[in-house]
Design a protein around this ligand. Structure first.
Ligand SMILES: [Zn+2]
Length: 430
């Protein structure tokens, strides 16, 4: 379709959580923008997309993605990562800064945005580093980085372990209303650990990482939020203890939020049995107790976003001894179906589930996405809610294969993905 064209997505179940909408309706798109939702008058030259039997929702927003470019193109590129996103119904991604060079100055931000414009098929929003080189010492220039296009700050992959540095980061961010995203793992407690500490790690003979490595860091940071008033977000929260701390901070009215990853609420440390390196990530898969706590946190509204921590790896980084294997799993193409298990399991409604992957993360990042409001960019996903399929690592659309969900039977199949009114993914017919 040419950008100036008209598209009518007809007769689908339109679920737009931000507008509290869940009903059969048409979505009219003109010039890449949502024009109307309901039963609009349709220009005669409008292309019709039949959405009968499908859910029509805002394109998903994933606030935690590693695109690997620049510097690690052998693991993934902006082109391959955004292709995975489109196949997963994800139309906006926040790109983490642990690239080479690190996204720690405006020129790298500009480079990522340029690459995304040329080779990317979905919207890419760079996250800037909190500290230069992710070294945890010297703050980056938040103001200049925001001007260049950053939407938040994080040293993700590394933890801002020094309390003084975190204090200054929160103070500095507060001046701009910017969001600080912490990868919360106390390095001294992680030490040589490579999976969750517990019965399973003992049985497998692998060094463990205690849950307290996360909760202690989150506890500390919340005290610094209290001191500074900075906006603070816990990336890929994985433990009951950290969740309790976040809930407590929210009850006090502090600007504290968190995201959880599908692998953390749907898998446990048991997945490491057999030393499967595709089940290795940081923070690690936790206990069933922690997983259940995450489900409760999702149901209660303590969690503000479901984010994948999509982290493609080359095979050489994973086909090694468990503790030597790189951390990280791909997740963009399984985000929707695995999250829909929360709906099937009665944890939340479809609208609540989609809210965690659309307007809620968009609001945290301050981006105008994740809604079907007239006048907004026409980022839309069409999916079959009930279609069953089996995850096959060999058939993912990105370059990497490292999914922990290989073989999992899921429901919910993305049929079409549109970014600003342009179709960027259509399900292949076999
Ligand atoms: Zn992380």
């Amino acid at each position: 379709m040419e950008p100036g064209g008209c598209i009518l997505i007809k007769g689908g179940r339109v679920v737009d959580p931000a507008n509290n909408l869940d009903e059969t309706a048409d979505v009219l798109i003109e010039n890449g923008v949502i024009r109307a939702v309901g039963r609009p008058e349709v220009p005669s030259d409008c292309r019709i997309i039949d959405a009968d039997g499908l859910v029509v929702a805002p394109g998903l927003v994933d606030m935690h993605v590693h695109l690997r470019e620049p510097g690690y193109e052998y693991k993934g590129t902006i082109a391959s990562g955004t292709r995975s996103a489109a196949a997963g119904g994800v139309t906006s991604v926040a790109a983490m800064p642990n690239t080479r060079p690190v996204t720690d100055d405006p020129s790298v931000v500009g480079h990522v945005l340029d690459k995304a414009r040329v080779g990317g098929v979905v919207n890419v929003y760079p996250v800037g580093a909190i500290t230069k080189g992710l070294k945890g010492v010297e703050l980056t220039e938040f103001g200049l980085m925001l001007e260049a296009g950053c939407v938040a700050f994080s040293d993700d992959g590394a933890t801002v372990a020094d309390a003084g540095v975190m204090r200054r980061a929160l103070e500095y961010a507060r001046a701009f209303g910017a969001l600080i995203i912490q990868h919360a793992e106390d390095p001294s407690l992680v030490s040589e650990g490579c999976m969750n500490e517990g019965v399973t790690s003992s049985r497998l003979g692998l060094p463990g990482i205690p849950a307290e490595s996360e909760s202690i860091m989150v506890d500390r940071d919340i005290r610094l939020v209290q001191l500074t008033g900075g906006r603070y977000h816990v990336a890929h929260l994985s433990t009951a203890g950290a969740l309790e701390a976040v809930a407590g901070a929210q009850a006090k009215g502090l600007p504290v939020t968190c995201e959880v990853a599908p692998h953390h609420f749907s898998l446990t440390e048991e997945a490491v049995n057999g030393y499967d390196t595709y089940a290795k990530m940081a923070p690690p898969l936790r206990s069933e107790f922690d997983r259940k706590a995450l489900l409760e946190g999702l149901a209660r509204g303590t969690v503000s976003a479901i984010a994948t921590d999509h982290a493609p790896h080359d095979e050489d980084s994973k086909k090694v001894e468990f503790c030597c294997a790189a951390n990280g799993v791909v997740g963009l193409e399984t985000l929707l179906p695995v999250s829909l298990e929360l709906v099937a399991g009665g944890i939340m409604t479809l609208s609540q589930c989609l809210a965690l992957m659309t307007w809620k993360p968009a609001r945290l990042l301050g981006i105008q996405r994740g809604v079907l409001t007239p006048g907004f960019p026409a980022d839309v996903v069409l999916f079959d809610l009930m279609e069953a399929w089996q995850v096959d690592s060999g058939r993912l659309h990105g370059s990497a294969r490292n999914t922990p969900f290989h073989g999992r039977k899921v429901r919910g199949r993305v049929k079409k993905t549109l970014v600003s009114g342009k179709i960027v993914f259509e399900e292949e017919k076999y």
